[in-house]
Design a protein around this ligand. Structure first.
Ligand SMILES: NC(=O)CC[C@H](N)C(=O)O
Length: 382
C-alpha cells in the first residue's frame, strides 16, 4: 500500500459556518471548495462506511474522534459506489495508515474522488458549537478558492446555499436501474427493496437470511414492485428531508393497502410515519454515531445502535394511535432524548426503525430486526 505524500498538508484551508464562525486549518483530500450542512458524527470507527453512506449527500461531516484515517481505505467496506459526503472535517489525520486490508490512505481517496476536506480543526469546539446552535450550512475553502477572498465574501456564498430542510435528494443518489442481490444459500423469500439511498450492507443482511433482494429505483411504481412477486417490501435509508418524499409515501401507501409485509430503515421509517399520517420535523443537531442507546419498547430491552438522522417522526410515545391502517405504536425510542426510533402497526405486518440495524459500521445489537422481518413474511405465508 501507499502512504500519502501529496503535500496538501501545508495548504491553508478555512471552514466557514453560516452564522459567521470560522475555523482555520489545512487542506485534507482535494483542494478547492465545497458546501453542505455541517453535522457531527461521534463514531470512533467506520469512517469509510460513513463517507460512502448515500444518506450523507450534501453534508459536511465533522468527525468527533480526534484521529482519523488510521486504518486507511480498503476495497471491501464501501457502502455504495462512491463517497457522498460533500466535505470532511477532521482534527488529526493519520500520517501513516496501517491496516492489513488498506489499499491507500484516506487522504488519497478523498483526493481521488475530489472530496474537499479540512484538517487541524478543533473538532471539539466545532461540535460544541453545532450542538448549541444546531446543524447549519457551511463551506470549506482552500487553494484558489481561498486566495484573495474575504471572509465576508465566503460567508455570503455559504448563506446563498440551499437549506437541508426542504431538500429532495433521494432520487439523485438512488440506482437508476433495478438489480438483484441473490440469497446466500437456499432462497426462502423475495423482497422488493426501494432504493432511496440504500447502503450495501442492508441487502446483504437480508441475503444472509435467505432473501433474494430486488433493489428498485426510487421512482419504482406499485406495478414494478408487484412484478417481482415480493413476499415483503423494504424502504431504505436516504438523504434529505422526508417531507419532500411524496412519491415514496404514495408507493408505501399502496403496499400497506395490500397488507404486504413491510420493513423500513431510517428514511424508510420517516416514510412509514408519513404514510400513517404523522408529521416529520428537523432535529436540532441530529443523531450520528455508533453508540446511541435505544429501547425496544416491545421487549423492554436496551440496545446500543448506529444512527445517522437529522429528521424524526412526530408520533405520540404514550399511546396507541389510530391510523388509516389500524393501530400503530412507537416501538423504539432513543434514551438520550426520547426521539421516536421505531414504529409498528398492530393490525398488519409492517414496522420500521429510525436507526441502522445493518450496523455498518456499528454494534450488532439490532440485527434481530431483520429476523423480525423474516418472521412477518413467514407469518403471511402460514
Ligand atoms: N440515514 C437516513 O436515512 C437519514 C434520513 C433523513 N435524511 C434524515 O436525515 O433524517
Amino acid at each position: 500500500m501507499t502512504t500519502s505524500t501529496r503535500g496538501t498538508a501545508r495548504v491553508p484551508a478555512v471552514l466557514v459556518l453560516e452564522d459567521g464562525r470560522t475555523f482555520r486549518g489545512r487542506a485534507y483530500g482535494a483542494v478547492g471548495e465545497t458546501f453542505g450542512e455541517a453535522v457531527f458524527s461521534t463514531g470512533m470507527t467506520g469512517y469509510q462506511e460513513t463517507l460512502t453512506d448515500p444518506s450523507y449527500d450534501r453534508q459536511i461531516v465533522v468527525a468527533t474522534a480526534p484521529q482519523i484515517g488510521n486504518t486507511g481505505w480498503n476495497d471491501e467496506d464501501d457502502e455504495s459506489g462512491r463517497i457522498w459526503v460533500s466535505g470532511y472535517v477532521v482534527r488529526d489525520p493519520a500520517r501513516v495508515p496501517s491496516n492489513w486490508r488498506a489499499k491507500r490512505s484516506l487522504d488519497d481517496e478523498l483526493e481521488r474522488q475530489g472530496v474537499v476536506g479540512i484538517s487541524g480543526i478543533d473538532t471539539r469546539a466545532l461540535t460544541r458549537h453545532l450542538r448549541e446552535r444546531g446543524s447549519m450550512r457551511a463551506g470549506i475553502f482552500s487553494g484558489t478558492a481561498l486566495d484573495g477572498a474575504s471572509e465576508a465574501e465566503l460567508l455570503q456564498r455559504v448563506q446563498a446555499q440551499p437549506q437541508m430542510k426542504g431538500a429532495s435528494l433521494y432520487e439523485e443518489v438512488a440506482t437508476k436501474e433495478a438489480y438483484v442481490v441473490p440469497a446466500v444459500g437456499e432462497k426462502r423469500f423475495t423482497v422488493a427493496a426501494i432504493d432511496l439511498g440504500i447502503k450495501g450492507m442492508t441487502p446483504h443482511r437480508m441475503a444472509e437470511r435467505g432473501i433474494e433482494v430486488h433493489v428498485l429505483p426510487a421512482t419504482a411504481t406499485a406495478d414494478d414492485v408487484y412484478a417481482v412477486e415480493p413476499d415483503g417490501v423494504f424502504f431504505s435509508n436516504g438523504p434529505g428531508d422526508p417531507a419532500t418524499a411524496d412519491g415514496p409515501v404514495a408507493l408505501m401507501t399502496a403496499v400497506l393497502e395490500r397488507k404486504t409485509p413491510l420493513f423500513g430503515i431510517c428514511f424508510g421509517n420517516q416514510i412509514l410515519g408519513r404514510a400513517l399520517g404523522f408529521g416529520t420535523y428537523k432535529l436540532k443537531y441530529g443523531h450520528r454515531g455508533i453508540n446511541q442507546p435505544v429501547q425496544d419498547r416491545t421487549t423492554g430491552k436496551v440496545e446500543v445502535t448506529a444512527h445517522n438522522h437529522g429528521f424524526a417522526v412526530d408520533a405520540p410515545l404514550d399511546k396507541v394511535s389510530e391510523t388509516k391502517f389500524g393501530r400503530a405504536e412507537v416501538s423504539h425510542v432513543c434514551l438520550n432524548d426520547n426521539v421516536v426510533e421505531g414504529l409498528q402497526l398492530l393490525d398488519q405486518p409492517a414496522f420500521s426503525v429510525q436507526y441502522h440495524p445493518e450496523a455498518a459500521a456499528g454494534p450488532h445489537d439490532a440485527a434481530y430486526l431483520f429476523d423480525r422481518f423474516v418472521s412477518l413474511m413467514e407469518g403471511q405465508r402460514a
